[in-house]
Structures are given as structure tokens and as C-alpha cells.
Write a protein that binds this ligand. Structure first.
Ligand SMILES: Nc1ncnc2c1ncn2[C@@H]1O[C@H](COP(=O)(O)OP(=O)(O)OP(=O)(O)O)[C@@H](O)[C@H]1O
Ligand SMILES: [Mg+2]
Length: 453
């Protein structure tokens, strides 16, 4: 793990940030303790010097120098200073030899900034009733000691926070970075073309897992699409081979036949033309699907009266139905609302459905073309009583080139329903296949999927 990667990891930065916030809080806490304690100690010092000045001032004046010297002698810790001065400030006795610079003899404790004293030392000057001045000082060694303790604690805890913070940050980041490394390895394999590879997802379901699941979903979809493209390619190759082989055989026979009569040659050329036409039909259908899928959705959209579209489909197929001996009937709900759609594409889709129904329903059967007005919107249904499509094949018949084994004797290239599916997809309509017992019911729900009430 490179230090730069560690530094970029969010758990690392978060833990460090946490440590910094904690350190600031600690400094604030210790500062507060110092400030409050210093205030308390100062008040104590003031109380001491005020009570000492009162004690000394209240005694007899003639014994005062004596008592001042006794007080100096009694201070074993060398933290107190006493000085007795004449009315005009000349030293008389005591262990302090001059009054502070701007002394006011008002008996009020003040902070003294005199050389030799600790910062925060407190002192007062009192003028005695007979004119002399008494100067009492208490040094602030306790305060200095307290400051030292707090600065010391800050340094030690600061070093500890730094050390613990860095280790905790590294420890917390390593598992996350290790998982990112696993993701990197897996993605590299996927990039190298191994489509089956998925990103590892742990049981923790944390944010990395969420991202990995998301990426896996995308990879699933990409793999599915790639397989679809591949199978379309395979199917195209497979499906076009038969007519191409037949075409080749017809042409080969034409070259081999040494003395064909005019009628024979004509027949061979016509067969070759038929095969070419079939090939062209298949190519056209294929390009048509691509065209529909690429089409600018809204370009040809307009308000479409579905009755009109279905009427045209009916008129187009009615003669063929008669020829095939299949009855075709229409049932339109007059109140079905108009839809916003591409009428030419809808016509093409419904035409394909009716074409299938007529093709697969045996003579004597019945095909119904219906328009229903549901609460959500209009629905187009094409129902027949032919062989139907078994449940297991209902999705497959929508794929390009898929033709059921049971209907192979009927002509076709398996592209009609793919066109219908592409049209439905492009309109965000829903295509569904159901059992009509007997037969097949194909419905197009003409309202955008997912937007229904
Ligand atoms: N009404 C139906 N009844 C029974 N089977 C059907 C019906 N419609 C479609 N199928 C089945 O679905 C398959 C796919 O239909 P699709 O319309 O895509 O292809 P096709 O009709 O075989 O060929 P094409 O439409 O390209 O000429 C058909 O081969 C058939 O097996
Ligand atoms: Mg068809």
C-alpha cells in the first residue's frame, strides 16, 4: 500500500480529521480548566494579602516593624514579600526594598509585573493611619506550576493523539483499500475481456458493496447485450445460409447444364431470382428493425385514432383472409381515446400481428382484431384460435430469427414479431402474449409503461 493511496483513502482522512477535532476540544478543555483555576487562585491570593494587611495594620504602630520582620521570617516557602515604607516612600524594613512603579496606596490587590516575580503575582499597598505605607506581595508560583502541568499534559496528549490517530486511521483504511484493490483486480480482468467476471460483494452491504452491486448490474446488462448481438449475428449467418446455398445450387446447375432448352434456363433463372428476393426480404426486415430502434422517437409522432389504423389493417388483410378460409372480424370500442404515436409504425406492427394470425391459423379458424378502452388507456388485441405459442416460447418468439419448431412448415424469417417488439419498445408501450384457449392473444397496451396511475 503506497502512502499516497493511504492519504487519499476517506477513512484515513476522516479519522485524522476526527483526531484534529478531538485535539482542539482537548486544548479548549485544558484552557478552560486553567483559566477557571487561575481565577480561583488569584482570588485566594487576594484574600490572603488583604487579611494580612488588615492584621498588620490593626496592631500597635510601634511594634509594626517588628511584626513585619516576623512575617518575613515566618514565610518558609519564600512566596510572600513585605515592605514597610515611610509616607514619602523611603524603605524602613521588610524583604522588599521599593514600592511598585505606579503604586496606589488604596489597599486594593493588583497584578504585579515586577522582575523576580512570577507572572500573576498579586500585591497591594496600604497607607496606615499614621502615614506610613505597607506593601504586601504574594508570588504566583502555584499558577506557574499549574501552567507547567497543563502545558506538559498538552504535549504528552498531543503526541499520543497524533500517534494513536495515525495508527487508527491506517488500521481503519487498510481493509477498505484492500477491497478497492480486489475491485481493481476484478475490473482489470473485465477490461481484459473476461465477460463473466463480477466485482466481489461482501456480506456487509456497505457503500463499497452498493457500488460493486451497481457495477455488477451494469456488467450483467452489458454481457446480456453482447450475447444478444452475438446471437443475432449467429442467427443472421445461419438464417441466410439456406437461401444462399439454394441460390448457389441453382446457379451451379445453370453452369453445368450443357445444352439447356430455353424453358429450362428460364426456370433456373426464376428460381435464382426467387431465392434472391427472399434474401432481400430478410435483409430488409433486419434493416427495418435497426431503423426503428435508431429512429428519433418523437419525429413522426402525432395524435392517432387507433380505430383508423386498425380499419386500414383490416382492409389490407381481408382479401387474404378470405382466400385462406379464415374469418376475420373487428370489434372496436368507440370511446377508445387517441394516442400520441407514429401511425405508420403502429400500422406496420398490427399488420405483422394479423399476418401471423392468418398464417398460423388453420383453414376454418377465426381471427379477431379488437380495440379496448381500459381505464389506463386503449389496448389493441389480435386474437386467433390457431395453435398458439406455448408459455416457454412466448419471450423467445420476440427475438430476431426465432421461429417455433412447430410452425417451420410455414414460410417466414422470424422477424415479424421482432419488428412489433421494436415498435412497442420505441413507444414505451407494453407487448404481451397470452393463451387465448385455444390460440394466441397478442396485446399492445398503448400507454407509456410505468406511467400508469
Ligand atoms: N398467431 C400465432 N400463432 C401461433 N404461433 C405464432 C403466432 N404468431 C407468431 N407465432 C410464432 O412466433 C414465431 C415468430 O413470429 P414472427 O412473426 O417473428 O416470424 P414469422 O412469422 O415466422 O416470420 P416473418 O414474420 O418474419 O415472416 C413464428 O415462427 C411462430 O412460431
Ligand atoms: Mg410473422
Amino acid at each position: 500500500m503506497r502512502p499516497r493511496e493511504l492519504w487519499r483513502a476517506s477513512p484515513f482522512r476522516l479519522t485524522l480529521l476526527n483526531g484534529a477535532v478531538f485535539a482542539v476540544a482537548l486544548v479548549a478543555l485544558l484552557g478552560m480548566i486553567y483559566w477557571r483555576t487561575a481565577g480561583y487562585i488569584t482570588r485566594q491570593l487576594d484574600a490572603i494579602i488583604v487579611s494580612e494587611s488588615t492584621m498588620l495594620a490593626n496592631g500597635p504602630a510601634d511594634t509594626l516593624p517588628e511584626r513585619v520582620r516576623a512575617a518575613v521570617a515566618a514565610d518558609g516557602r519564600a512566596i510572600a514579600y513585605y515592605g514597610l515604607f515611610s509616607a514619602d516612600g523611603v524603605w524602613i524594613t521588610g524583604n522588599v526594598r521599593r514600592l511598585p512603579a505606579n503604586a496606589e496606596a488604596d489597599n486594593r490587590p493588583r497584578t504585579l509585573n515586577e522582575p523576580g516575580l512570577q507572572p500573576g503575582a498579586r500585591g497591594l499597598v496600604r497607607r496606615l493611619p499614621w502615614g506610613e505605607q505597607l506593601f504586601i506581595v504574594h508570588d504566583a508560583k502555584v499558577l506557574t506550576g499549574l501552567r507547567d502541568i497543563i502545558v506538559n499534559a498538552l504535549m504528552v496528549s498531543g503526541a499520543l493523539i497524533l500517534l494513536l490517530g495515525l495508527s487508527a486511521a491506517a488500521l481503519l483504511s487498510l481493509p477498505a483499500l484492500r477491497r478497492v484493490e480486489q475491485l481493481r483486480v476484478a475490473s482489470r480482468a473485465a477490461l481484459a475481456g473476461r465477460l463473466g467476471v463480477r466485482l466481489p460483494v461482501s456480506h456487509r452491504r456497505d457503500e463499497i458493496d452498493m457500488l460493486a452491486s451497481l457495477a455488477n448490474g451494469m456488467m450483467d446488462e452489458t454481457e446480456r447485450l453482447l450475447w444478444e448481438v452475438k446471437s443475432v449475428g449467429d442467427n443472421v449467418a445461419h438464417d441466410l445460409r439456406t437461401p444462399l446455398n439454394r441460390l448457389r445450387a441453382a446457379l451451379y446447375r445453370a453452369t453445368q447444364d450443357a445444352s439447356p432448352d430455353e424453358a429450362g434456363r428460364r426456370e433456373m433463372i426464376e428460381r435464382a431470382l426467387e431465392e434472391t428476393d427472399e434474401l432481400l426480404v430478410r435483409f430488409r426486415a433486419l434493416t427495418r428493425i435497426g431503423e426503428i430502434e435508431r429512429r428519433d422517437r418523437q419525429a413522426c409522432f402525432e395524435a392517432v385514432r387507433l380505430q383508423d389504423v386498425l380499419e386500414q389493417v383490416f382492409e389490407l388483410h381481408d382479401p387474404a383472409a378470405e382466400e385462406l378460409g379464415v374469418a376475420i372480424e373487428t370489434r372496436f370500442a368507440p370511446e377508445a381515446p387517441a394516442v400520441f404515436a407514429d401511425p405508420a409504425l403502429l400500422f406496420e406492427a398490427v399488420s405483422n400481428l394479423v399476418d401471423n394470425a392468418l398464417k398460423f391459423t388453420p383453414r376454418g379458424g377465426r381471427v379477431t382484431l379488437r380495440l379496448l378502452a381500459l381505464d389506463e388507456g386503449p389496448r389493441i388485441e389480435v386474437v386467433d384460435n390457431g395453435p398458439g405459442v406455448p408459455e416457454g416460447e412466448r419471450e423467445a418468439v420476440l427475438n430476431r430469427f426465432y421461429r417455433s419448431q412447430r410452425t417451420l412448415e410455414q414460410p417466414g424469417s422470424g422477424l415479424g414479431l421482432s419488428i412489433v417488439a421494436a415498435v412497442a419498445r420505441m413507444h414505451h408501450f407494453t407487448l404481451s402474449l397470452e393463451d387465448a384457449q385455444p390460440g394466441l392473444r397478442i396485446a399492445i397496451d398503448c400507454w407509456p409503461r410505468g406511467l400508469e396511475a
